[in-house]
Design a protein around this ligand. Structure first.
Ligand SMILES: Cc1cc2nc3c(=O)[nH]c(=O)nc-3n(C[C@H](O)[C@H](O)[C@H](O)COP(=O)(O)OP(=O)(O)OC[C@H]3O[C@@H](n4cnc5c(N)ncnc54)[C@H](O)[C@@H]3O)c2cc1C
Ligand SMILES: *[C@@H]1O[C@H](CO)[C@@H](O)[C@H](O)[C@H]1NC(C)=O
Ligand SMILES: *[C@@H]1O[C@H](CO)[C@@H](O)[C@H](O)[C@H]1NC(C)=O
Ligand SMILES: *[C@@H]1O[C@H](CO)[C@@H](O)[C@H](O)[C@H]1NC(C)=O
Ligand SMILES: *[C@@H]1O[C@H](CO)[C@@H](O)[C@H](O)[C@H]1NC(C)=O
Ligand SMILES: *[C@@H]1O[C@H](CO)[C@@H](O)[C@H](O)[C@H]1NC(C)=O
Ligand SMILES: *[C@@H]1O[C@H](CO)[C@@H](O)[C@H](O)[C@H]1NC(C)=O
Ligand SMILES: *[C@@H]1O[C@H](CO)[C@@H](O)[C@H](O)[C@H]1NC(C)=O
Ligand SMILES: *[C@@H]1O[C@H](CO)[C@@H](O)[C@H](O)[C@H]1NC(C)=O
Ligand SMILES: *[C@@H]1O[C@H](CO)[C@@H](O)[C@H](O)[C@H]1NC(C)=O
Length: 585
């Protein structure tokens, strides 16, 4: 019955042509909208979806990449590793990193509707009470505190049981979740044992940093927990599948333009006491430029790399830096692109004595798993890469200030899993993320051509604190696998980390092998209204400009100390409420 109704709705709007998704620029005739959202990514889709709930608002979303529909590697959760370096990736690279002796790091960003929520690894962590309370403190806006953001976590979330119906009592706290929201969140189905049972047995055995935490989304990210992911229903729930469903795309006032790059934002002839107004969006599609006008606001949601990049080319940023690359400065905003923050990442690999199957090492098993996923959205392919997540803190008495925002927050994160790459013998992987870094980098440009990539310099490991966290994480991985629970299972540590024991040896391993957790943020950070630094006010309006807001990971004043997605959804939800409030009275 529900299926029949679904089909009926689908056929109605396909035949009547209401679904306003334009594959190319020339297909869209309208030039003026109330709101123009630049970037149909994680946050952009939320803002566009919520604003278009108001029938009188005409909303346009402009996305550089193609549609998410029918992209199997995006849809099947466990195939997420295979999206990088495909037509759905911007394929960025960092500048040579000093701590890595000049090595560069591949820097993936989603290039499709849903943005990086269509290409990421789907671990879902809200962050800590400390993270949001710090946002409230440094912006002077209590609306960013954990307590006031909590309703937005609930509004975003549609928690659902695993698709195989297994009993998850004791693996999450049902009282802190949303069940009627948009993003489908779940725990893994088909738990891989004995691997996962060993993880939780070792946590119980060791306690301390590793003690069991019932739910990582209650504001305390410490200890060992069952990980939650955006794979509710057994397929990827992205901002595109959740916030731009076919039904929502059927709204007459919502227009989604694909395969079209935004090059600049242009100012109108008018100015007010709030500064010049930027109301025109310059795009290039089908090889031609064109302007769209936003009569109410332009909302920039092109991500931590894309949003500052577009602003620089619009003459917004540090005036001297812009002049040096031949761009006429229009608004001097020296903080734009500064304070780029990211979470560095490291892998350790261990040999394992286990007969648990690796579907990626056996084409028969993989074909069976796909068949199962395709028919019932169950089985290993419906899962995110791991079932566990661990956060821990450095010992006390540090020779530097606590790099974390408070005691509910970890300094490092571990995600443990069986290696899915076909290897001669089974292996276990420990993925380490430095989630309380103090290094700050920059995003700049070195050309006036908006089609040239920006220079991305996260300046990884520029502080002794970040290096100390990485060493401590490596040592804690060893401690964890030395637990009795792993006896006869973990047989040895493999190179290049094996044998690196002293601080110097560990530093050589870290320097030669770290990459990124792909969490860039803070490049258009919030600061208090009237502050002489920062890029946006706490209401996300760009300082010194009228008619322009930024809504994406770039506005975070500090990164949240976990994975960013849940926080970005909450930012998008709150931003949509603030914008509606401004224009509905
Ligand atoms: C490989 C990978 C794995 C990750 N794993 C996780 C994870 O497990 N859990 C988690 O929480 N987070 C994860 N992240 C991070 C998370 O996905 C991102 O932080 C988040 O999706 C960013 O959201 P955003 O709205 O800021 O930007 P995006 O979602 O990147 O949206 C920006 C959008 O703007 C578009 N755009 C950019 N420039 C232009 C332009 N000039 N014109 C038009 N459109 C433009 C882009 O194509 C994109 O669609 C991962 C990231 C990567 C890359
Ligand atoms: C990223 O790289 C892949 C592989 O080289 C390529 O096919 C794809 O077109 C690139 N993405 C973009 C957006 O150019
Ligand atoms: C699920 O497990 C819990 C405890 O582990 C148990 O109390 C409960 O009865 C189980 N529920 C079902 C439906 O089996
Ligand atoms: C979250 O849960 C942990 C343990 O499961 C508990 O110690 C902590 O107090 C809880 N935090 C909050 C903010 O409720
Ligand atoms: C970077 O962030 C810090 C707060 O952590 C702030 O004091 C500083 O002014 C910012 N830098 C710039 C250039 O905006
Ligand atoms: C692959 O798995 C199938 C089904 O379990 C098994 O019969 C076969 O022997 C395996 N092949 C290899 C090469 O291990
Ligand atoms: C998945 O199942 C559908 C039918 O539900 C079928 O049309 C499709 O071909 C299957 N896909 C693959 C790759 O087997
Ligand atoms: C800009 O930087 C890129 C990457 O570092 C480099 O390839 C390019 O030559 C630089 N362009 C200019 C004009 O300096
Ligand atoms: C491997 O595991 C098996 C069964 O779990 C055990 O009997 C055997 O001793 C283990 N081998 C090693 C080298 O630990
Ligand atoms: C990893 O680190 C080791 C030093 O511990 C170094 O020899 C090796 O080259 C590094 N690997 C890569 C891929 O850079």
């Amino acid at each position: 019955m529900p299926t029949f109704t679904g089909l009926l709705i689908l056929s109605i709007f396909v035949t009547s042509g209401l679904c306003a998704v334009y594959q190319q620029l020339s297909d869209l005739k309208q030039d003026r909208f109330d709101f123009v959202v630049v970037g149909g990514g994680t946050a952009g889709a939320v803002v566009a979806s919520r604003l278009s709930e108001v029938e009188k608002f005409q909303v346009l979303v402009i996305e550089a990449g193609p549609s998410n529909e029918g992209v199997l590697n995006s849809q099947v959760p466990l195939l997420a590793f295979d999206i990088q370096h495909t037509p759905y990736d911007w394929n960025f690279t960092t500048t040579p990193q000093k701590f890595a002796n000049g090595r560069t790091v591949s820097y993936s960003r989603g290039f499709m509707l849903g943005g990086t929520s269509s290409t990421d690894l789907m671990v879902f962590t809200r962050g800590t009470t400390d993270d949001y309370d710090r946002w409230a403190r440094v912006t002077g806006d209590p609306g960013w505190s954990w307590d006031q953001m909590f309703p937005y976590f609930i509004k975003n979330e549609r928690f659902m049981p695993p698709t195989d119906g297994r009993n998850i009592t004791g693996e999450y706290d049902p009282t802190i979740h949303g069940y009627d929201g948009m993003t489908r969140v779940s725990l893994v189905n088909e738990v891989q044992n004995p691997f996962e049972s060993n993880v939780f047995a070792a946590a119980d055995e060791l306690g301390g940093n590793f003690q069991f935490n019932l739910d990582m989304n209650n504001g305390t990210l410490l200890g060992t927990a069952w990980v939650q992911g955006t794979n509710g229903g057994g397929e990827r729930s992205s901002s595109a599948t959740a916030y731009l469903t076919r039904q929502i795309l059927g709204r007459k006032n919502l227009h989604v333009l694909l395969n079209t790059r935004t090059t600049r934002i242009q100012r109108s002839k008018t100015s007010s006491s709030d500064g010049p107004e930027f109301d025109k969006v310059e795009v290039v599609g089908n090889g031609w430029p064109r302007l769209f006008r936003a009569t109410k606001e332009v909302i920039l949601s092109a991500g931590s790399i894309g949003s500052p990049h577009i602003l620089f080319h619009s003459g917004i940023g540090d005036a001297q830096e812009l002049e040096s690359v031949g761009i006429k400065p229009r608004v001097n905003l020296p903080s734009l692109g500064k304070n780029l923050t990211d979470h560095p990442f490291l892998l350790m690999v261990f040999e394992a004595n286990t007969t648990e199957p690796n579907i990626f090492a056996n084409s028969t098993l993989l074909a069976e798993a796909f068949e199962e996923w395709n028919s019932s959205r169950t089985g290993p392919l419906a899962n995110i890469p791991s079932a566990n997540i661990i956060y821990g803190r450095l010992p006390t008495n540090l020779p530097f200030d606590d790099p974390s925002p408070g005691p509910n927050t970890g300094h490092w994160e571990l995600v443990l899993s069986l290696n899915r790459r076909p290897t001669a013998t089974p292996q276990v992987i420990a993925a380490i993320s430095i989630v309380s870094p103090t290094s700050r980098g920059t995003l700049t440009i070195n050309s006036s051509d908006p089609f040239d990539s920006p220079l991305i310099d996260p300046t990884f490991f520029a502080t002794p604190g970040d290096i100390a966290i990485a060493r401590d994480a490596v040592r804690n991985v060893r401690k964890f696998f030395a637990a009795k629970s792993w006896e006869g299972y973990i047989t040895s540590e493999t190179p290049p980390s094996a044998g690196a024991d002293s601080d110097d040896e560990l530093d050589a391993f870290i320097s030669g092998n770290f990459t990124t957790t792909w969490h860039p943020g803070c490049t258009a950070m919030m600061s208090p209204k009237g502050a002489d630094y920062g890029v946006v006010d706490p209401d996300l309006k760009v300082k010194g400009i009228r008619g322009l807001r930024i809504v994406d990971a770039s506005v975070m004043p500090f990164l949240i100390s976990g994975h960013l997605l849940a926080g970005i959804y909450a930012i998008g939800e709150r931003a949509a409420d603030m914008i509606k409030q401004d224009w509905m009275s």
